[in-house]
Design a protein. Structure first.
Length: 280
């Protein structure tokens, strides 16, 4: 365990993790992941070079965006997440895909696995939401064997999802002491600094996933209000302030409309950063 692991055992941190678990269990993230971004998992798995015989950990796996494609590639896969409420859908989808995945409740900042246990570790827009970035990165490095592979796919601060979080920020609760914004994992320099000399052969690529499901900004907003835990949490916080709710409604709809106007035929491109590396 890392020297800083005591951080996750404080009462304040246990309360924070309980809130995170509740947030991701609200709404319907498995449906959102399936309908909007399921293709990101296979992209991440392919870029990481997962192959038959690998033992792979999917960190903050949700309902298995990366875990299921990794299993289809022939790997032995453990899907870990702070929110086991998401696993029921993951198990059904793994069964539908004809693969076996081990599902484990696991805090990205305090992984319940041995040192160097895995040949590869991946995370598809997952580890980025662990509040203490350095601790999550240290745990990631700890569980991957020397020569093993790491693949991380995160929303960029400059892209659509990063802009959505900036739009919600004035209405959201302040970050706890020591926590950092999730979209920083989409900044190459930040991730390189987190991984430090624990890795080599680092490669970073920015790309986008095309989102075609929404005809208007209001449709995007209403979908996220009912499906996406972080958006639901912000609306719950301001529920007793009708003016704030109206302001956030307008801001999110405007965000969606603006990007739809920039898109081609109603397509919005969500930018992500994909980083691969070898454990030194």
């Amino acid at each position: 365990m890392t020297d800083t692991a005591t951080l996750v055992r404080t009462d304040a941190d246990r309360e924070l993790k309980a809130r995170h678990r509740s947030m991701w269990a609200s709404g319907d993230y498995p449906t959102l992941a399936w309908e909007l971004i399921w293709d990101l998992g296979p992209r991440l798995v392919a870029a990481t070079g997962v192959h038959p015989g690998d033992r792979v950990l999917d960190i903050a796996a949700g309902s298995g965006n990366a875990a299921i494609p990794a299993a289809r590639a022939g790997a032995t896969v453990v899907a870990g997440d702070l929110t086991p409420e998401l696993f029921a859908v993951g198990r059904r989808r793994a069964a539908d895909a004809g693969v076996t995945v081990e599902w484990r409740e696991a805090d990205a900042e305090d992984l319940p696995f041995r040192d160097a246990e895995f040949d590869a570790a991946v995370s598809c827009v997952g580890i980025m939401f662990a509040p203490h970035h350095a601790l999550a990165a240290a745990e990631l490095l700890r569980v991957v064997r020397p020569g093993g592979r790491i693949g991380l796919l995160s929303w960029t601060p400059q892209g659509f999802v990063g802009e959505m979080f900036r739009t919600m920020k004035p209405f959201a609760a302040p970050l706890p002491d020591g926590a950092q914004p999730a979209p920083l994992w989409g900044d190459e320099d930040h991730v390189r600094s987190l991984l430090g000399d624990g890795v080599e052969d680092v490669a970073a690529v920015r790309d986008t996933v095309a989102i075609e499901e929404f005809a208007t900004g209001a449709e995007f907003r209403d979908y996220f209000k009912t499906h996406y835990g972080p958006t639901i949490a912000v609306y719950r916080r301001i529920a007793d302030d009708p003016a704030a709710v109206a302001a956030l409604d307008e801001a999110l709809a405007d965000l969606g409309d603006r990007h739809l106007r920039l898109g081609n035929g109603g397509t919005v491109e969500w930018e992500y950063l994909l980083i691969t590396a070898t454990r030194r």
